[in-house]
Design a protein around this ligand. Structure first.
Ligand code: ACO
Length: 433
């Protein structure tokens, strides 16, 4: 069928409006609605549940089939066979690198791992008990005050350097947040290590003792980075795109993304989920929490459950669940009862009519918190780990948008406020009760 179109008739009026239908490579067709503006009518879609805000070639999700592809590659294959830097190259550039490309890319990331020496002083301005995400928002945004030579968003070389800087410096900035909180000296990056090994070194090493990166922990964390690297137009990525559409510099845009990620409905859920599992404690207390989650008058939700897009098992949660038990046995067997509680909670919820009817399955955050905890990562750093990984997704989307035709992001609204009225001076105002 050539040029398929949708016809809309407003208020029974004769002249129908024909809206073009665009077909993606895979997934649902999209009705192009820009023309509706001429008819002085807007589309109302709170939470953008059914609105495609952009065209993108980076990530594809099929929520009903529980499928996630980065540049066409299934997440399961990347988690098993790739590493985070290779996956980052793939997301940024569209193809897997050959050996030379991989070496060049890793070298470029390595040479950018250090942050400007003056940035170390920023940390002293924060309280020691500040949440690391609050420091991340500030410090990452402040990168734009230090790296003026990569701020011209219209220059592809600047864009590439800014992207590499962000990917390289995020682990350094994150580890500094932790060191500051516990009062230990900041560790400089050790560039002979892998991307993830280096992060563990900056997190757990000290200048006074030799720190050996555990290869099992390194592999497990690298896999967590791969699983969190991108997830198409989620809340934080859309925030980055909207900020970027104004022409804001990439460091400011990523800082906006970090702020959006922080909330418990998004990246903050991994921290909230572990807290919830600890609060539940033992399997016999699960029914009480399930009851609360179902109660309309209780704001409590089962953290790590449900997803805007996945109405099937989140494929990342499947991978997390598989590796979680192995990691626990090797690193923190004392957390195995927590894992058993999580397994039992999942079982009970998945047999409950409420969760079945609403298609609520565990999401990536359900098992990632237990895994991170077993690796010795402090709970407050969970969302920071997510931010490190997601930076590559954010910057890939930003780059994709800026490389094409940029349209300022500016949604409409359904106004339900007062109609136009005249100003009344204060002595003539009657207070309505
Ligand atoms: N526990 C109990 N009920 C839930 C849950 C949950 N975790 N999630 C959704 N519901 C219920 C809602 O109350 C709602 O019920 P209703 O139709 O009777 O009003 C229904 O399921 C649909 O929920 P919505 O909030 O409308 O769905 P939405 O797609 O907007 O929300 C979200 C998705 C925010 C992730 C939600 O499932 C949630 O709050 N989950 C817990 C937090 C969480 O784990 N977030 C991580 C998301 S993954 C990520 O960002 C990496």
């Amino acid at each position: 069928m050539n040029n398929p179109k949708v016809k809309l008739i407003f208020n029974g009026k004769e002249e129908p409006l024909e809206l073009p239908i665009i077909s993606p490579t895979i997934g649902n067709d999209v009705i192009q609605i820009e023309q509706l503006q001429e008819k002085k009518v807007y589309m109302y879609d709170p939470g953008f549940v059914n609105t495609a805000s952009c065209e993108s070639q980076i990530t594809y999700i099929n929520g009903k089939q529980g499928k996630l592809l980065y540049r066409g590659y299934p997440i399961e294959q990347l988690a098993e066979k790739s590493d985070f830097l290779e996956t980052s190259y793939l997301l940024l550039n569209g193809e897997l690198p050959d050996q030379d490309q991989y070496e060049q890319f890793s070298r470029s990331i390595r040479i950018h791992t250090i942050v400007h020496e003056q940035m170390r002083q920023f940390y002293n301005g924060f309280r020691r008990d500040a949440h690391p995400m609050s420091i991340m928002v500030g410090v990452v945004g402040a990168l734009s005050a230090f790296y003026h030579d990569s701020l011209d968003i219209n220059d592809p070389t600047h864009r590439k350097i800014a992207a590499h800087r962000l990917i390289a410096k995020m682990p350094t900035i994150a580890a500094m947040c932790y060191k500051y909180a516990i009062g230990q000296p900041f560790m400089y990056p050790e560039n002979s290590l892998s991307y993830t090994g280096n992060f563990l070194h900056m997190l757990f090493g000290t200048p006074s003792e030799d720190y050996q990166v555990n290869p099992i922990a390194e592999k497990a964390l690298d896999r967590i980075f791969i699983l969190h690297a991108d997830h198409e137009q989620n809340a934080s990525t859309s925030t980055v795109r909207i900020a970027g559409s104004t022409g804001a510099n990439p460091f400011a845009c990523i800082s906006a993304g970090i702020a959006a990620l922080w909330g418990p409905a998004h990246g903050g859920a991994n921290e909230a989920c572990l807290k919830m599992l600890r609060e539940i404690g033992t399997p016999d207390r699960i029914p009480k929490f399930i009851k609360r989650a179902k109660d309309k008058n209780d704001s409590f939700r089962l953290m790590g459950f449900g997803h805007r897009i996945y109405k099937e098992y989140d494929p990342r949660a499947k991978i997390m669940k598989e590796s979680c038990h192995d990691i626990l046995e090797q690193f923190n067997a004392s957390d195995i009862p927590l894992f058993q509680t999580a397994l039992e909670l999942e079982k009970i919820a998945r047999e409950d009519e409420y969760f079945i009817e609403k298609n609520l399955y565990p999401n990536v955050d359900f098992y990632s918190g237990i895994t991170l905890n077993a690796l010795g990562i402090p709970t407050q750093l969970f969302t920071v780990i997510f931010a490190i990984a997601r930076t590559v997704g954010w910057i890939s989307h930003w780059h994709e948008m800026i490389s094409g035709k940029v349209k300022l992001g500016r949604p409409r609204q359904l106004y339900t406020g007062k109609k136009e009225r005249d100003y009344v001076s204060s002595n003539n105002r009657s207070i309505k009760k």
